[in-house]
Design a binder for this molecule. Structure first.
Ligand code: 5AD
Ligand code: SF4
Length: 487
């Protein structure tokens, strides 16, 4: 699974809103999403469920009748953020009450699952704690809250929550943009020793192929051009299609046939679940974008073993070779942890070597954070904070250099860009490269939703600039923020 926290991901940035504003309904909900793309997707589905209960979205907490925090528990810092936010919300609620008005507060997501009733004990402002497996019960839970109850629902429901959550309206899909997330798998059976996911999200469950295909058709019919399949361990997805067992590779083939879709991606994967059919899909499907997030965490066999990753550094390098043979030019991305208990300078040097050998287009790196209940939290030999910080700095400098070399290598090339939204200046639009970078291009290049061939003329730290998209191209002033949002 992937979390974008210390370094923010473009995927998260473009889809962070659960749903865009709509003033028609009377009650308002403010949804704040922390953590990975799966939470972004869940927030959207909760938004859809609340819309059918008469809640309109707001982007201002001060306006809300219901504040919903969709939380992340992956590292200590992520979890602590929730409690500071709840502290601020307590003041808002007190102010509201002094004006004779109410405010309900709900905590969803992985902190809800991990801490349950503890949250209400620690932050009495909270009315409802709801875990990721029971979002379809959100409307009933809110009715109980309205009747004055405090509710904690962190069961592992036997029914499939996605079958019971309302599908998004075409209008809501369109307002979210031309690139959409689609959760196909949840949970993880890998039990990496540092990770809370198997405990907070439970064991691996795949959504049925037919439900996924139906959702993809709905998205495409509403104008979505690019779909990113999500799962904590997405390449462990398996299902049945026309009486046969199939894996993610074949699912991608079926999704490639959905009319209107132009791009597919999937995230995030475990190296051990990259099977031959999935690698072959990278060779056979042009619609599958040449970008793969494949976390390895460490380049040291000793640390990989202690992490229970169940492969060696060499296995990963051979795998990357096979993927590159199937799809030359594919951009690799990854996740790394530094300062895992017992990590020596030699172990860390092995990580730097692996990064050097792979050559990443982007990568996310984190300091190890002991999580209660995980096996690694009980290991001795914790690495001192200062050592971990210093290693993280060195690793991130290497990753930054690789990422900018990759961006630089694209200057002078032509590539298809999916036009996503208006730019900062009236003469610009923002699109997305096949490799997931934002591309600034000319507003005359195409309409939102078009795939346009663009010549890259420059690369910045976070974006590529295509011909006609240069800020100075029209000498124009920035557009007002409000206008930018509409387009
Ligand atoms: N400490 C630091 N990083 C972690 N990750 C997961 N658990 C921890 C932890 N306890 C990182 C891994 C994973 C990404 C989503 O978050 O790199 O791939
Ligand atoms: Fe966590 Fe490992 Fe599963 Fe990823 S594969 S979600 S890091 S346990």
């Amino acid at each position: 699974m992937t979390l974008r926290e210390e370094m923010s991901s473009p995927v998260e940035a473009r889809d962070a809103r659960a749903f865009p504003p709509d003033d028609a309904a009377t009650k308002k909900v403010f949804i704040k999403t922390y953590g990975c793309q799966m939470n972004v997707y869940d927030s959207q589905r909760m938004g859809d469920a609340l819309a059918s209960e008469g809640f309109a979205p707001t982007e201002t907490m001060e306006e809300a009748d219901l504040v919903l925090l969709n939380t992340c528990h992956i590292r200590e810092k992520a979890a602590e953020k929730i409690y500071s936010e709840l502290g601020r919300i307590r003041l808002l609620k007190a102010r509201r009450e002094s004006e004779g008005k109410g405010l309900n507060v709900a905590v969803a997501g992985c902190v809800a699952q991990a801490e349950g009733a503890e949250i209400i004990a620690r932050a009495s402002v909270v009315d409802l704690v709801i875990g990721p497996q029971t979002y379809h019960r959100l409307p009933q839970a809110l009715r109980r809250v309205a009747a004055g109850e405090r509710v904690v629902d962190t069961d592992y429901a036997v029914e499939d929550k996605f079958d019971h959550l309302p599908a998004a309206e075409a209008q809501a899909i369109r307002r979210r943009g031309v690139a959409a997330f689609l959760t196909v798998q949840e949970g993880c059976d890998k039990f990496c020793t540092f990770c809370v996911v198997p405990y907070t999200r439970g064991s691996e469950v795949s959504r049925p192929a037919e439900a996924i295909l139906a959702e993809a058709h709905r998205l495409a019919a509403a104008g979505v051009r690019e779909v990113t399949l999500l799962g904590q361990n997405v390449n462990a997805w398996e299902g049945e299609h026309q009486g046969r067992r199939i894996g993610l590779g074949e699912l991608l083939h079926r999704l490639a046939e959905v009319p209107g879709l132009a791009r597919l991606r999937y995230t995030t994967s475990h190296p051990r679940d990259m099977d031959d059919a999935l690698i072959a899909a990278h060779r056979d499907l042009d619609i599958l974008m040449p970008y793969l997030h494949l976390p390895v965490q460490s380049g040291s066999d000793r640390i990989l073993k202690a992490m229970n990753r169940r492969h060696k550094a060499e296995d990963y390098l051979r795998l990357v070779e096979r993927i590159r043979a199937a799809r030359p030019g594919i951009a690799m991305s990854g996740d790394f942890i530094v300062g895992f208990p017992g990590e020596t300078e030699a172990d860390f040097a092995a990580t730097l070597d692996l990064v050097g050998a792979v050559g990443y287009a982007s990568a996310f790196s984190f300091k190890y954070s002991p999580r209660p209940g995980t096996p690694a939290a009980d290991l001795g030999d914790q690495v001192p904070e200062a050592v971990a910080t210093e290693r993280l700095d060195r690793l991130q400098a290497l990753i930054r250099a690789q990422a900018s070399a990759f961006m630089e290598s694209l200057v002078g090339t032509e590539m298809p860009v999916l036009v996503e939204k208006a730019g900062r200046y009236a003469h610009q639009r923002i699109g997305r490269s096949p490799y997931l970078q934002p591309v600034v291009l000319s507003a005359t290049a195409g309409e939102i939703g078009d795939l346009v061939t663009s010549r890259i003329v420059r690369s910045g730290p976070n974006a590529l600039i295509a011909a006609g998209g240069e800020p100075e191209a029209a000498g124009a002033a920035p557009r007002p923020a409000a206008l930018r949002k509409i387009a």
